[in-house]
Design a protein around this ligand. Structure first.
Ligand SMILES: Cc1cc2nc3c(=O)[nH]c(=O)nc-3n(C[C@H](O)[C@H](O)[C@H](O)COP(=O)(O)OP(=O)(O)OC[C@H]3O[C@@H](n4cnc5c(N)ncnc54)[C@H](O)[C@@H]3O)c2cc1C
Length: 385
């Protein structure tokens, strides 16, 4: 794998490589052993959360001034990539902690940052992101959840759908309409706490993959929160939500890279062991070409993702299109590579006795969430240089 020198911004490349070694060792020892069980039972990967918190790797992006590790965007990508290589469901712990809290980091008041980033950094609370609704997915600005001002409070009512880690997270960034006449400019962002009166959750969705990551509806029934829980100014919530996605689509690309790398590594080992026609199937050129294509596409996706991470750190003007491109390309590659990995294992690949079918199921979501790959293409087309 290529070094990270070209994209390293603030620290020597060795630090990123050392971080990768650390997180890979942790993921192999403490996360991978539970990945199949977490998938099979559809249960939250508590072992992964405990291991990540114990090593301070559950929310590395939180700035040092708020008690976090202050990791740059590339380091965060590496953490998510390595966790996903072992267990995609578990990689949504660091990924969604960033997604949920980035609106506060980007646009929140100093008081909000102090109040909510500290517990996140310590591992006392997780953070979710609540934009989507039953009738507002790709067209997120069509949301119906409302927030109405009442003196020093806002009162929220509505349903958020598909919320990752809902019920497990303590904190939620919730986007809600504060002025229905202004569409996206009439949307504001708020921090809602799980313990706020009127907050409840739907049954876990029964999904194709990432079964260990709870996805639930969040119900807001007259949830009355202090006015200072608004993130940024009134009417800026949608812009903050989109700015957040510019940065976090790169973390979905990272997740896709990790899933694909896990599948490639497994398939590479398998073809050296499995014998047909009197020799390891890896001796056949047809198999070698498949592996070469998988590795080539994966490395291209990795380079694009790391370049996007550098842009995220530098706040480059073309971050929006790079973030969309990295997510779109890496997730398409992950789908291809994991499907090919199943093919390389033949009938065995199609069973739950081997990890590649889980990886193929897990890869699919990376083409869908944080904006489908059709939406990424719309974003790229709108931002053509
Ligand atoms: C497991 C899971 C976890 C999720 N986690 C979160 C979360 O934590 N927080 C959150 O807010 N949301 C989350 N989501 C929601 C996710 O971001 C949406 O599902 C996604 O944005 C697509 O919206 P939709 O499902 O309503 O599909 P739709 O918008 O209904 O799209 C259906 C199809 O139409 C296509 N389409 C739509 N509009 C266009 C267009 N203009 N041009 C071309 N094609 C188009 C789409 O690409 C797709 O193929 C999650 C979803 C899932 C499944």
């Amino acid at each position: 794998m290529a070094g990270t020198t070209d994209f390293d911004l603030y620290r020597p490349a060795e630090e990123h490589d050392m971080l990768r070694d650390t997180i890979r060792a942790l993921a192999e020892a403490k996360i991978a052993p539970f990945a199949a069980e977490v998938d099979e039972e559809g249960r939250f990967p508590q072992e992964a959360l405990d291991a990540l918190v114990a090593s301070d790797l559950h929310a590395v992006h939180v700035p040092e001034e708020y008690g976090g590790a202050g990791a740059d965007a590339l380091a965060t990508v590496i953490v998510i990539e390595e966790v996903a290589r072992a267990c995609a469901s578990s990689s949504l712990i660091p990924a969604v902690n960033k997604l949920g809290s980035l609106p506060v980091i980007l646009s929140g008041s100093e008081d909000l940052k102090k109040k909510y980033l500290g517990p996140l950094a310590k591992g006392d609370a997780m953070f979710s992101y609540a934009l989507s609704e039953p009738d507002a997915g790709s067209d997120a600005a069509g949301m119906k959840t409302k927030a109405v001002r009442d003196g020093d409070f806002w009162v929220l009512n509505g349903v958020k759908r598909w919320i990752t880690n809902a019920g497990v997270s303590e904190y939620y960034t919730v986007m809600a309409v504060t002025d229905p006449t202004k569409r996206s400019k009439g949307i504001s962002a708020f921090v809602v706490e799980k313990s706020d009166e009127g907050v409840s959750f739907g049954a876990p969705e029964r999904k194709l993959g990432i079964k260990g990551s709870p996805t639930r509806e969040v119900y807001l029934d007259n949830v009355r929160i202090p006015a200072d829980r608004m993130i940024g100014e009134e009417g800026t919530g949608f812009a903050t939500a989109m700015k957040t996605l510019d940065h976090t689509r790169i973390t979905i690309a990272a997740q896709a890279l990790g899933i694909a790398q896990g599948a490639l590594d497994y398939a590479k080992g398998y073809v050296q062991e499995r014998k047909q026609f009197g020799k390891p199937i890896g001796d056949f050129q047809g198999i070698q070409f498949m592996l070469a294509d998988m590795a080539m596409k994966l490395e291209a996706a990795r380079q694009l993702t790391y370049a996007a991470a550098a842009k995220s750190e530098r706040l480059d003007g073309d971050l929006t299109s790079f973030g969309a491109a990295a997510k779109c390309f890496a997730s398409d590659v992950a789908m291809e590579v994991t499907t090919d990995a199943v093919q390389l294992l033949g009938g065995y690949g199609y069973t739950r006795d081997y990890p590649v079918e889980r990886m193929m199921r897990d890869a699919k979501i990376t083409q869908i969430y944080e904006g489908t790959n059709q939406v990424q293409r719309i974003v790229m087309a709108r931002n053509l240089p």
